[in-house]
Write a protein that binds this ligand. Structure first.
Ligand code: ARG
Length: 257
């Protein structure tokens, strides 16, 4: 049997859809009709998204749940490794991801960012007599989570001996405690919360190395879903839910002021 070029061309989108799963972006009306939004997070970024036993929780998990409730929808969570999330959203596999993505121009080529749900910075953590500044890391080994802004900032440390990457942040903290690395770069609120929980680890927070605005991400040009999410977020801020969650997790206001 011979296939005409036209026939083959007609089949191509189908073949593509089959290899990438049911790659169908859902617009606002479709989601609304379904009544449930499918959201992605990671579950290893304490206290933003993490597991308490088998229950997914955390600051941004609760913020997202409050936002979705304002929109009159249910939320279904999917857990995806952080380094696969941008691609999974670009491929339309989920409605949005909320896992502490800082805005970067590189990511903005593949996904859209909602209004930020917190502002923060990357920070160095190390043993208290160790390398606590970028300058002090010359000739040292640093650990950071794969595909993060911390990894990107660590790449710029002059004279760095080695940059070790890990799938998830708790593994970097473990490596630091085990002295496999000299310093860890991560989120300043995460470092504070982790060190508060581990006061005997002998680790302290050092120099803050950059600032970032953190948002949920969604498929490019999903205009109405974007508007609805931002409306929900504004309402959650306005009715005080956001402030009480910020106090609950951080005892301070982490909003972008
Ligand atoms: N804020 C950092 C970034 O944007 C790291 C986020 C990591 N998130 C996570 N759920 N592990 O790259």
């Amino acid at each position: 049997m011979r296939f005409t070029a036209k026939f083959v061309a007609a089949l191509l989108p189908l073949a593509f859809a089959m290899t990438t799963g049911t790659a169908q972006a859902r617009d606002w009306n479709t989601i609304k009709a379904a009544g449930t939004v499918i959201a992605v997070t990671e579950g290893s970024f304490f206290p933003f998204n993490y597991f308490e036993g088998s229950k997914l929780t955390g600051f941004e998990v609760e913020v997202a749940e409050a936002v979705v409730k304002k929109l009159g929808l249910n939320i279904e969570w999917r857990v995806v490794p952080f380094d696969a999330q941008v691609a999974s959203i670009r491929q339309d596999r989920f409605d949005f991801a909320i896992a502490s993505h800082g805005y970067t121009e590189e990511r903005a080529k593949s996904v859209d960012f909602t209004n930020p749900h917190y502002c923060t910075g990357g920070q160095i953590a190390a043993p208290k007599d160790g390398a606590l500044t970028m300058a002090a890391l010359n000739g040292r080994t640093v650990g950071a989570q794969l595909a993060t802004s911390y990894y990107e900032s660590a790449k710029k440390i002059p004279g760095l001996k080695e940059l070790k990457t890990y799938k998830a942040d708790p593994e970097v903290f473990s490596a630091l405690k085990a002295k496999k690395i000299d310093a860890w770069i991560s989120d300043k609120w995460l470092i504070k919360a982790t060190l508060d929980k581990n006061p005997d680890a002998g680790i302290v927070a050092g120099e803050q190395v950059f600032v970032e605005r953190v948002s949920a991400i969604m498929r490019k040009n999903n205009k109405e879903l974007m508007e609805q999410f931002n409306r929900g977020l504004a309402e959650v801020v306005k009715d005080g839910t956001y402030a009480s969650l910020s106090q609950k997790y951080f005892k301070t206001d982490v909003s972008c002021r």
